[in-house]
Write a protein that binds this ligand. Structure first.
Ligand code: ADP
Ligand code: ZN
Length: 613
């Protein structure tokens, strides 16, 4: 059998494996059961596609989504690998045709929906083939604990019973421990080797911005990223429509996507986005499942997401190709209120409580001054260093000042009102304004705290209080009507022996004007003009074959071409993402464009070392 590194270059054009891929591939080749838990974009598909190409026989891939299956089959075929898919969209005749292909060994891989696979007829047919591997993709669908349970996945236990000698590899990006055990048991994996990768997505930059003139901020960001693909998530259909329309008027190729649109419009808009005919999709959470587009350069959350799980999943759709990408979230308490109103509509008390708790975590994330990445990974139970240097908290650290005096006033106010009030009330007392009747009835207008913090605006006091909560001086009790309480930690400060450092108030104008940081260091070396030329060529080739451009070559492959200017087939084959078949199919045309450009601009090729396969 060929060596797996050589096969990787030959069939997929990559010279190196991503972390864990090589060991997984080798285990799968050795016939072991394997369980793979890796985040989106970490290259899970290759873990069964490469063994499938190398093994002598057929690999069956179980997948829940038609769009995903089609996407994978298309990209395998572009790489010259025989693959087919069977799902509910096919008629009897087409299925017979695929069966023939399988019987004649023309396909290495079969993608199939679980309900079809587990029918007795089909299992009977499978037995007549030489099946060498089952790959269960999105394996969390098997578990009732998962967020995406699909009853038809339950029947997959029959695979082991029907074909006990065929190894199984199960893959998912869902991290909950209960789900893992469920998967292993339900599929009857035998002594599986378990691979768990970190959920960190090192190429994503996280930013949280105050939601002030969100449209203006978005526009200013987009105008600097006109050619990039991105997703803008909105909470409601209306706002998705509005934002899309305004951006269109501004000259952007932006399309809406939400459950209120007719099915055809939705598929058309999605297709245009995937094929780079529209750069921007403005969507509700209805968009994203089964989107494999690797070159999504930014995800903007125009409105607050309901919980961190959704936020992480949605931001995770950026940068699958591992190039730097931005995740920008606009945060406002107004949005929080809107979500609370939605939660209130639910009748189920337990569900309500969970929803409030999750919303609370989401808010805490936005308010937090600590590294965003550390917070997110911590939420999913993973440790991370204190700083990532790729989020707003790390990139623009705030200046601090000795805030003991104002902290003391805040603590005293909470104490003197008997720790029975929420933040807004406490702030009213501190600035000595508002809540007139209520304050008089309680006699709080007579307190020493009354008006004691009036040198600050209510908004600034809010920032201080939230920071004191973060720092552990103040506790918050109750999710729905949160009440501020004093923690043990503040007794020293109240007694005059401790001090508190707080973030220095920022001048308001500075905050609004400050542009979104542009963290992406788009490979500085690449020649942008040549990259554009290659992109246009890629689009032409993709349209001719009716596949998305990223299937011809991903962005990073074009960037490498525009960095090294390969002038021969041999040099081109050393570029990441150029395998044998693609070299043969498209090499000539790309080389021609590069040569033209180099001639016109007097550019020399930069030789890449390392041997081509
Ligand atoms: P996942 O299923 O884990 O979300 P994918 O299988 O879709 O991830 O892979 C994400 C991207 O990484 C794809 O564009 C894929 O072509 C690319 N990729 C996979 N393996 C490698 C590799 N060894 N080197 C470079 N790119 C890779
Ligand atoms: Zn950070």
């Amino acid at each position: 059998m060929q060596n797996s590194t050589e096969a990787l270059k030959k069939h997929f054009g990559y010279s190196d494996f991503q972390p864990m891929q090589e060991s997984i591939v080798n285990d799968v080749l050795a016939g072991r059961d394997v369980f793979v838990l890796m985040p989106t974009g970490s290259g899970k598909s290759l873990c069964y596609q490469l063994p499938a190409v190398m093994k002598d026989g057929i690999t069956v891939v179980i997948s829940p989504l038609i769009a995903l299956m089609k996407d994978q089959v298309d990209s395998l075929r572009v790489n010259g690998i025989g693959a087919s898919c069977i799902n509910s969209s096919l008629g009897m005749k087409e299925i017979e045709h695929i069966k023939t292909r399988l019987l004649e060994n023309r396909d290495k891989m079969l993608y199939i929906a679980p309900e079809r696979l587990t029918s007795p007829d089909f299992l009977g047919f499978l037995k007549t083939l030489k099946i060498v591997l089952f790959a269960v993709d999105e394996a969390h669908c098997i578990s009732e604990w998962g967020h995406d349970f699909r009853p038809e996945y339950r029947k997959l236990r029959i695979l082991r019973e029907t074909l006990p000698h065929v190894p199984i590899v199960a893959l998912t990006a869902t991290a909950v421990p209960d789900v893992q055990n469920d998967i292993i048991q339900a599929l009857k994996l035998s002594a599986p080797r378990i691979y768990k990768a970190s959920f960190n997505r090192p190429n994503l930059f996280y930013y949280v911005r105050p939601k002030e003139d969100a449209y203006g901020q978005t526009l200013s960001y987009l105008s600097k990223h006109r050619k990039d693909s991105g997703i803008i998530y909105c909470q409601s259909r209306n706002s998705a429509e509005n934002v899309a329309r305004k951006l269109q008027e501004e000259g952007f190729r932006a399309l809406p996507y939400h459950a209120g649109l007719p099915k055809e419009t939705r598929s058309k808009n999605q297709e245009m986005f995937i094929k780079d005919d529209a750069e921007i999709i403005v969507a509700t959470i209805a968009f994203g499942m089964g989107i494999n587009k690797p070159n999504v350069r930014y995800v903007i959350h125009y409105d607050l997401p309901k919980n961190i799980e959704s936020y992480y999943q949605e931001t995770g759709r950026a940068g699958r190709d591992r190039l730097d990408s931005d995740c920008i979230l606009f945060f406002s308490y107004g949005d929080r209120k809107k979500i609370e109103a939605l939660i209130e509509k639910s009748k189920n008390r337990q569900k309500k409580a969970i929803a409030y708790k999750k919303l609370g975590e989401m808010t805490r994330f936005c308010e937090s001054m600590q590294c965003r990445r550390k917070f997110l990974l911590g939420y999913f139970g993973e440790m991370h260093a204190d700083r990532c240097e790729k989020c707003d908290a790390c990139l623009a650290p705030r200046e601090t000042f000795d805030g003991t005096e104002i902290a003391k006033k805040i603590f005293a106010c909470i104490r003197d009102t008997n720790q029975r009030f929420g933040m807004n009330y406490i702030i009213s007392v501190l600035v000595g304004k508002g809540k007139g009747d209520r304050m008089r009835i309680y006699g709080h207008d007579k307190l020493g705290s009354h008006g004691a913090g009036s040198e600050y605006s209510p908004k600034q006091l809010q920032v201080f209080i939230r920071e004191l909560v973060q720092l552990g001086f103040i506790g918050v009790a109750g999710d729905k009507y949160p009440v501020l309480r004093l923690n043990q930690k503040c007794s020293g400060v109240l007694a005059g022996s401790g001090s508190v450092n707080l973030t220095k108030p920022r001048e308001k104008t500075k905050e609004v004007q400050m542009n979104l940081q542009d963290g992406k260091q788009v490979s500085a070396a690449a020649d942008d003009r040549l990259f554009e030329i290659l992109r246009v060529l890629r689009k032409t080739l993709a349209d001719a074959e009716n596949v998305p451009p990223y299937m011809i070559f991903p962005d990073f492959t074009l960037r490498e071409m525009a960095t090294f200017f390969p002038r021969s087939a041999q040099s081109l084959s050393k570029i990441k993402g150029v395998g044998n078949i693609k070299l043969e199919r498209y090499g000539h045309e790309f080389l021609e464009k590069i040569a033209d450009y180099c001639r016109q601009n007097n550019i020399e090729e930069i030789k890449l070392s390392g041997k081509a396969s």
